[in-house]
Design a protein around this ligand. Structure first.
Ligand code: SAH
Length: 371
């Protein structure tokens, strides 16, 4: 089966030649796919006969248009966040989130079905890793969300009114555990002739696979990097994130420092606040010391990094609770007062289980939630 979103133009040209069609059909079809087309019937500059023929090939399983189908969609009460559950051709399911900000549409995509990193607070890792997603399956999440927005607003597929401005690779999976496919995905979505998402508007989030951070800086220097830190020291971090035993903080931090030096870009640290685990004043002070050791600038602040604080989303299975608002504000205040840039991330989708992997879990266990 050839997933047309995985294939490059040459491969699609070969496909058309093999079925006795002209090569230029490849560019036409690709352009429709990037606009959010879901079947050939919608590709109105192809002849009716060809469209029918191609839809027949899809039914036969020779080709697919992205390889994902929508299983469920949920909207937060204020409509700012929507979460989608997509099925893959092999029966696995993945999640994608659309966040509508004042500055535009942002999509959070999954990079793997399941995850093998084992972070104790995270719902995505509970069933382990199923498999890597292909570049086309990651891209299809973006085009399906774009299509959803266009449909909702009644815009035609060719309308330029709505676009995806930002992408975060922060859904299920560890992107640096699937580096080649994620890199290819980034090339596809940033292509100016396609979805044209600026490289500077794409963020990859990692639990800290150190050898891949160097490669990331080399090969994707314009893309933003976020590190899931979640603790200021090894004693706490290793209890939350097993990867810390392989790449502890004294190995992770120099890699982050190198990234900043090589790319000249700011680095983000994600810090999910879990009540009584990593949210004390002492831990805030530990975090300040740690970040200043590696990111101190001449003016004394840690200006080349940013800490994204988020009260941990409660996942039934993990037994961990998020810190309350006051605790989060105190923690944030300590960091900023010491010259470590920090913000508390707005929680946009808690009412629709938008935390990592939660929708997939609740689909499997319908009695556990109110979906
Ligand atoms: N594997 C990558 C990207 C996917 S997870 C990574 O670890 O960064 C995306 C972010 O969500 C990470 O910062 C992760 O630690 C965080 N996360 C996972 N479960 C969470 C939860 N229950 N509450 C808050 N953040 C969570």
């Amino acid at each position: 089966m050839l997933n047309l979103l995985d294939a490059d133009k040459k491969e699609i040209e070969c496909f058309f030649e093999a079925i006795g069609e002209k090569k230029f059909r490849a560019a036409q079809v690709q352009s429709w796919l990037y606009r959010g087309a879901m079947n050939f019937e919608e590709m109105t500059d192809l002849s009716k006969t060809l469209r029918r023929r191609l839809d027949e090939e899809v039914r036969k399983g020779t080709i697919s248009l992205g390889g994902i189908t929508r299983l469920a969609a949920l909207s937060s009460s204020d409509k700012s966040t929507e979460k989608f559950l997509f099925g893959l051709s092999d029966g696995n399911a993945i999640e994608t989130v659309l966040m509508r900000y004042k500055y535009g549409n942002s999509v959070c995509v999954s990079s793997q079905a399941g995850c093998r990193m084992g972070c104790v607070f995270c719902a995505s890792t509970i069933g382990g890793l199923k498999r890597n997603l292909t570049p086309g399956e990651i891209t299809a999440q973006v085009t399906a969300v774009l299509r959803h927005i266009k449909d909702e607003k009644g815009y035609s597929l060719s309308s330029k009114e709505e676009r995806i401005g930002h992408i975060v690779i922060m859904g299920t999976g560890e992107p640096l555990d699937n580096f080649d496919n994620v890199k290819r995905f980034i090339e596809i979505v940033s292509d100016p002739h396609g979805l044209a998402v600026g490289l500077r508007n794409i963020t990859v989030s990692t639990c800290g696979i150190v050898p891949m951070i160097g490669r990331f800086a080399e090969e994707l220097p314009q893309v933003n990097l976020a590190i899931s830190l979640h603790a200021p020291n090894n004693a706490v971090r290793s209890t939350l994130m097993p990867i810390n035993r392989k790449y502890p903080i004294e190995v992770l931090m120099p890699a982050c420092e190198d990234y900043v030096k090589k790319t000249g870009r700011r680095i983000t640290f994600e810090y999910a606040l879990a009540a009584d685990r990593n949210d004390t004043e002492q831990q805030a002070e530990g975090l300040i010391r740690l970040l200043k050791r590696y990111f101190r600038e001449k003016n004394g602040t840690a200006g080349l990094c940013h800490v994204n604080l988020i009260p941990l989303n409660k996942v039934e299975e993990t037994g961990l609770e998020g810190s309350d608002r006051r605790k989060a504000e105190t923690f944030c205040g300590l960091l900023t007062a010491a010259g470590v840039p920090a913000t508390i991330r707005r929680e946009m989708g808690a009412d629709i289980h938008a935390a990592c992997g939660q929708l997939r879990l609740s689909e499997n266990n319908p009695d556990k939630t109110n979906i």
